[in-house]
Design a protein around this ligand. Sequence first.
Ligand code: AMP
Ligand code: GLY
Length: 425
Amino acid sequence: MRVLVIGSGAREHALVEALRRDPGVSGIFAAPGNPGIGQHAQLRSVDPCNGDAVAGLAREIEADLVVVGPEVPLVLGVADAVRAAGIACFGPSASAARIEGSKAFAKDVMNAAGVRTAHSEVVDHPGELDAALDRFGPTWVVKDDGLAAGKGVVVTADRSAARDHGAELLEQGHPVLLESFLDGPEVSLFCLVDGETVVPLLPAQDHKRVGDGDTGPNTGGMGAYAPLPWLPEETLEEIVTGVVEPVAAELVRRGVPFSGLLYAGLAIGQAGPAVIEFNCRFGDPETQAVLALLDSPLGALLYATATGALDRAERPRWKDGSALTVVLAAENYPARPRTGDVISGVDATQANTEVLHAGTSLREDGALLSGGGRVLNVVATGADLTEARARAYERIAKIKLPGSHYRGDIALAAVEDRISIPARV
Ligand code: AMP
Ligand code: GLY
């Protein structure tokens, strides 16, 4: 099988690494890819958001399967264009991708499916902001009502900070979404979904804030680990049968069946799991940890999902132990990051670790340069989280990039047994 992966981040690098381990995959192409991906896949340039261009490239390289990594191409219908060209595509149609692309659509589907989620209101006029804030909080959750890659969200107990963020979004012409605050530890559960068939992968947890101890602004994600030692099996079961399956069934009922990866972001609170958001693709950086533990062929699973055969596919198998990913971010991230600096120490090899590229580029002389906010991901596996953490931090310490930073506490709360699920009320 020849596979074309669309995207250019560490999530796509992790997908490529897992596809390489699949004996059924004979050729891997990536577009646009990045220098790390380019070590093991043939890179092609393409506008990932241009469906005709992606379909044309897939035809040219005789791809059997196209895997679309990021949400924006999916929301714009790139998977539809690939399928229309007669090529299997892992990723939902534009209509089904609205579960991520339109918060109003997602809320409507969840309400119809009887799935718990935050109560929300859209504010599109500055004159309405104060009264709306009074109906929520504390704690306030203020979001950009559109695709914002996790960075448009402010969660705060400080009313003036909430107000300032809302006013700033409105000034930029963006409607503001206010949400009730969902309490409890967060879970990212990725499920392969093919119509009504739902196959969960290992549960993971992201670390959204830039600083240790969950301080500072929200980012696209600073690290993740899987699986979650504190998450009871029955809660996981409850998420699959009480959240993801009803949503998948509701999408089928509406004539927009989902095909691809449905990502449920949840808070596990006193009343049980509640949905923070659905995404229509693999999450970043959780995928890097989840796929490090996959012990069965990824290509076969994605192909089965893409071709309507997930119900007959072999279930994923997982390695024992834990996996962890730590994001190395550029100076000043998540604000405007410093780029163009030489990175060293990436090529050193260390057992049970790998370095995935997120935002890098190659200089003409072959030097590796920083090229984005999140620059690299170090992924490590171990018998448990303590061992995976030790390996990841040993590895990341060898990487040199001026001004760069990373969180030192990825999975630390889980290791120290500081995460617990609130008692049910
Ligand atoms: P989002 O971009 O919607 O994933 O939000 C980014 C992060 O903000 C989430 O991972 C949560 O940590 C937090 N968040 C978003 N919505 C809520 C909510 N309603 N209640 C509590 N935390 C939230
Ligand atoms: N892990 C957050 C995201 O992928 O949206």
